[in-house]
Design a protein around this ligand. Structure first.
Ligand code: AMP
Length: 591
């Protein structure tokens, strides 16, 4: 099938030629003719990377009235990055028609966005919070909206945007059609379809909850203390990696990126502690491949839409299986092949089965490469580099005679060995001392590991107990436009915590409360304080404990803390290695 056969406007077809889109992807073949011809609701189950932006963007650009400069199509998506990406894509589709698209998202000057809307736009691409803000300020007229696209609906609900989405859908005309796109179909997404749609056409590319078939899923069993060494080996074994490493917390993200950076790897962190400008800068450098590896939290990596990612490394598994689909979906985009590598401890390996069942795909068990395998790969990379490096005869002419004289007494073999050793010895020395770090599956293999994991489990168990909750006071309330979704977003974005870590939320007129586990209190106080909520500075304090005063919690908290046994061991293997071969030293600066 060709794009011409789908029924798109000629101006749009012309733009597609410029973009080099020749054949519609499966989701485009299914969605575009239907969305163009029928005035009906639509549910598209498709991963990122399947071409879904064009699946809704092309019909939208073809359908809006060029002469009517009022918002007619609304695209709602979870993050600023995705919002910018989608609006850029739609602007590219509209190059040869008279359709304006404006992107509105949080964390940036709202006045400019209001002016942009006033200038007249047929399509608005928005993040939910900012759009609600604009509707409250009456800066946007949703009365003439004909189509609402909910993109990455599952992500938006994960991020606590349910209320905002309800608000937006309630403020659009009843006759509008909703086009919902989601990678997975949890019951929360199904309930949006139920509440706001009438007999939608449902199109599923692949099974529901299934990931892209071009992704190879491989898991490695290592003990907790060897996670970092394992990641290094995986990178060393894949020297041309262009990858994303997912960690669970900001602290871990920062630590892993810093360690990799210090050891000469081209790696940088992406997490909520960075300012928007810093994040944009990191993303720009990653996109242009100035950075080889991005170490990110799930929250910060939402909406990352970069082609060519070769590997996703799960430093540890996400708490929720749905997030695994989102992580692995960052690779193997646009028909390419990619690998999603997962590190699990022996005790966590049962989770692999759960994921396999949920996403209907199977994992291969991998072995962390040993020293010999890695050295072989690195050595061949070095040899390849030497062979393919152009020789600048003229520039060297002046110095060559003296150099040649120095090597006069050596044979060809000796010269080669010496050059290779000069580059490679440190690498070999590091790996000579490195043993096998693959852990056997099963229980009781490693005392440190067991200690760590028991510690983890005790902490998790503790979270279920209400006595272990801390109640926080927040200086903003309804009067400041705060709602539960907004509060959840501020807390999760600032701390990197998942939304299920935040318990009860009470929004009052001029202040609010929320609860979270005691062991998260320091982090929350430190990171949420000073955060921005729609132009207001958030301040958070711990309130008096609901139960029986605070003193007991301090003791209990101390007793629950992990023994920290792993820390001492962790550094040993890594010491002495100061970067493999030709990696640039300049990258080792601290961030
Ligand atoms: P998406 O799933 O919308 O994020 O798209 C993934 C990537 O595929 C983007 O880089 C698109 O530009 C590209 N793409 C989408 N549709 C096509 C197509 N029909 N032909 C070629 N590339 C496409």
């Amino acid at each position: 099938m060709t794009f011409e056969e789908l029924g798109l406007k000629s101006g749009v077809l012309k733009s597609l030629k410029t973009l080099g889109f020749e054949t519609p992807t499966p989701i485009q073949q299914e969605a575009i003719p239907h969305l163009l011809k029928e005035e009906s609701d639509f549910v598209g189950l498709a991963q990122t990377g399947t071409g879904k932006t064009a699946a809704f963007g092309l019909p939208l650009v073809s359908k809006v009235e060029e002469g009517r400069k009022k918002p007619q199509g609304l695209v709602i998506c979870p993050t600023r990055e995705l919002c910018l990406q989608i609006s850029k894509d739609i602007q590219n589709y509209s190059k040869n028609v008279n359709v304006n698209t404006v992107a509105v998202y949080g964390g940036t000057d709202i006045k400019r966005q209001i002016q942009d809307i006033k200038k007249g736009a047929q399509i608005i691409v928005a993040t939910p919070g900012r759009l609600v803000d604009l509707t409250n300020r009456r800066a946007i007229d949703l009365n003439q909206i004909d189509w609402v696209v909910l993109d990455e609906a599952d992500e938006m609900l994960n991020m606590g945007f349910k209320e905002d989405i309800d608000h937006i859908l309630d403020h659009t005309p009843l006759e509008r059609n909703v086009w919902l796109f989601s990678a997975t179909m949890p019951k929360e997404v199904a309930s949006i379809a139920k509440n706001y749609m009438e007999q939608p056409l449902e199109v599923s590319i692949g099974h529901k909850n299934q990931t892209n078939e071009n992704i190879e899923h491989i898991y490695f069993t290592v003990s907790d203390r060897d996670r970092y060494s394992a990641v290094k080996r995986l990178i060393d074994f894949n020297p041309n990696i262009y990858g994303l490493i997912f960690c669970r917390t900001r602290r871990e993200t920062a630590a892993v990126a810093e360690k990799l950076g210090k050891e000469g790897y081209s790696a940088e962190p992406l997490h909520g502690d960075l300012s928007q400008a810093q994040r944009d800068n990191v993303m720009r450098r990653f996109r242009t491949k100035a950075i080889q590896i991005l170490v990110a939290t799930d929250v910060a990596a939402r909406g990352i839409d970069v082609d060519d990612i070769t590997h996703v490394i799960n430093y540890n598994l996400p708490d929720e299986i749905e997030n695994y689909t989102h992580r692995s979906g960052r690779t193997a985009r646009a028909g390419k092949h990619g690998e999603s590598l997962v590190l699990v401890t022996p005790r966590e390996s049962y989770k692999i089965k759960q994921i396999e069942k949920k996403i209907r795909t199977s994992f291969t068990k991998g072995n962390i490469p040993n020293a010999k395998e890695i050295c072989e790969i690195q050595l061949m990379k070095l040899v390849d580099k030497v062979i393919t490096t152009p020789v600048k005869e003229e520039d060297m002419a002046e110095f060559l005679p003296a150099v040649m004289q120095e090597f006069d007494s050596f044979s060809k073999e000796e010269v080669i060995k010496k050059f290779v050793s000069a580059e490679f010895n440190r690498f070999i020395e590091y790996y000579n001392r490195a043993g096998d770090i693959n852990a056997k599956e099963g229980r009781g293999r490693d005392r440190d590991r067991d200690r760590g994991e028991r510690g983890d489990r005790r902490e998790r168990g503790g979270r279920r107990n209400d006595e272990n909750k801390t109640r926080f006071f927040v200086n903003l309330g309804k009067r400041d436009g705060l709602n539960p979704g907004g509060l959840l977003r501020v807390v999760c974005d600032s701390t990197g915590l998942k939304s299920d870590k935040v318990g009860r939320i009470d929004i009052l007129a001029s202040f609010s409360f929320f609860e979270a586990d005691n062991n998260l209190a320091d982090d929350i106080i430190q990171k949420v304080n000073g955060a921005d909520y729609e132009g207001n500075t958030v301040s958070v304090e711990v309130t008096k404990k609901k139960s029986d005063g605070g003193s007991r919690d301090g003791n209990r908290g101390g007793g629950k803390r992990r023994s920290g046994g792993g820390g001492g061991h962790r550094g040993k293997r890594d010491r002495g290695f100061s970067g493999g071969g030709n990696r640039s030293r300049e990258r080792s600066r601290r961030r």
